[in-house]
Design a protein. Structure first.
Length: 359
């Protein structure tokens, strides 16, 4: 059979196409998933940005020079040659922007399974799990859109808040969060704001400032051009923009009074290399959610971690539903249009893209 793929050129993200590829017949131990729906935000563009450096292209291989940008969403089991994985089951997990995905389920339990396909074995395990919606405590049929869009980002933000608190960094002066209008930043701020004594500063672009201010989540909103107004240190920097010039300006502003610099994201993906060279203050430390997942899953158990995140998720999901507008699209042409809008940063911060492949 054939599957349809949305492909991006690895060396030029502005070049993309939709193409067909062969899918080999299922072998014993494999299942065929039909990709149904997924969300598309700057996070997915970051998977492309770090496609080579962090192996994101390796999850869903494509023909030479082209990549399939990973998405988070829902798929249905179309055919199964595995005991315990039933045809018709609905799953949440890491998916290609393709009509179909063949998986090799392993570690099957009532909650779901992991894909043990050999090409994925060296990649971080947090991306391998497919959860059966029926037994998933995050799942509510009426919030599927918000789950696809926000669940992976919220999970990260829960862990950012957890790591900062664990290291005594939530009250070492203000926590300054760049790309303050992004869903990841808002979720981190939502979590941090629930702690005593935390001062939150949202650092954002002039075009997003009104939106950030109106949410009243941060104590203060500062635009990238006004970093000099941040005030004295100490402070903690949570860098979701990944913009070289913004990072340099924050480090130069606080100098050695910057207590921690956490490199989380790269929403400003074309400015990553700007203003390179040695920075004053602490060396930025990469925050990689899957590493923190492994640490907390080992300490709290996978279920213990999940229960804590679920408890925090439902209030966040309700809050986000109050302001987030969804742009729904169907089919690969809609996916192409949505991808380009997200790539170019043309999606206003109070909106987000949800795609159904409708095959
Ligand atoms: N380290 C980890 O484990 C981890 C896990 C999850 C997510 N993340 C990262 O967190 C970041 C945020 O992802 P998200 O999905 O939450 O983002 P999002 O909600 O789609 O963010 C949109 C915001 O990003 C900025 N932006 C987006 N595209 C831009 C462009 N082309 N040029 C300039 N600004 C642009 C704007 O913010 P401003 O105007 O406020 O700058 C915009 O409001 C991503 O880089 C993602 O990879 C990291």
């Amino acid at each position: 059979m054939k599957r349809t793929d949305f492909l991006v050129r690895k060396d030029d993200f502005r070049e993309y196409r939709t193409a067909e590829a062969d899918v080999s017949d299922l072998e014993d131990g494999q299942a065929l998933l039909r990709v149904d729906r997924f969300g598309l935000t700057a996070n997915n563009i970051t998977y492309a940005t770090f496609g080579e450096a962090m192996s994101y292209w390796d999850f869903f291989p494509a023909s030479a020079g082209w990549g399939r940008v990973p998405m988070w969403g829902f798929a249905d089991v179309e055919e199964s040659r595995v005991d315990g994985v039933e045809s018709g089951a609905r799953l949440y997990g890491y998916l290609p922007p393709s009509s179909h995905l063949v998986v090799t389920p392993n570690g099957i339990d009532p909650d779901g399974f992991v894909d043990a396909s050999p090409h994925r074995s060296a990649l971080p395990s947090a991306y391998h799990r497919y959860l059966i919606t029926e037994n998933d405590s995050f799942y509510r049929a009426d919030t599927e859109d918000l789950q696809m869009l926000l669940r992976p980002l919220f999970y990260t933000s829960f862990l950012i808040d957890d790591e900062l608190a664990d290291n005594g960094l939530t009250t070492r002066g203000p926590v300054v969060i760049s790309s303050a209008s992004s869903k990841t930043s808002l979720a981190a701020a939502f979590m941090l704001a629930q702690r005593d004594g935390v001062e939150l500063v949202g650092l954002t672009s002039a075009r997003s400032a009104d939106f950030v201010e109106k949410l009243e989540l941060y104590d203060r909103c500062v635009s990238y051009s006004d970093i000099a107004s941040l005030g004295g240190g100490p402070a903690v920097f949570v860098d979701v923009a990944g913009d070289g010039e913004v990072r340099r300006a924050v480090h130069e502003h606080y100098g050695d009074d910057l207590a921690w610099s956490m490199a989380v994201g790269a929403t400003h993906w074309e400015e990553l290399g700007a203003a390179a060279g040695d920075l004053p203050g602490p060396v930025p430390t990469l925050f990689f959610a899957p590493t923190r997942v492994e640490k907390r899953a080992a300490e709290w158990g996978r279920r213990g971690l999940n229960d804590r995140v679920v408890d925090a998720w439902h209030p966040f999901c309700e809050w986000a539903a109050g302001w987030l507008e969804l742009d729904r699209g169907e089919g690969f042409e809609a996916l192409e249009r949505a991808y380009l809008e997200v790539l170019e940063g043309h999606v206003p911060p109070d909106r987000a893209k949800v795609l159904s492949l409708g095959v």
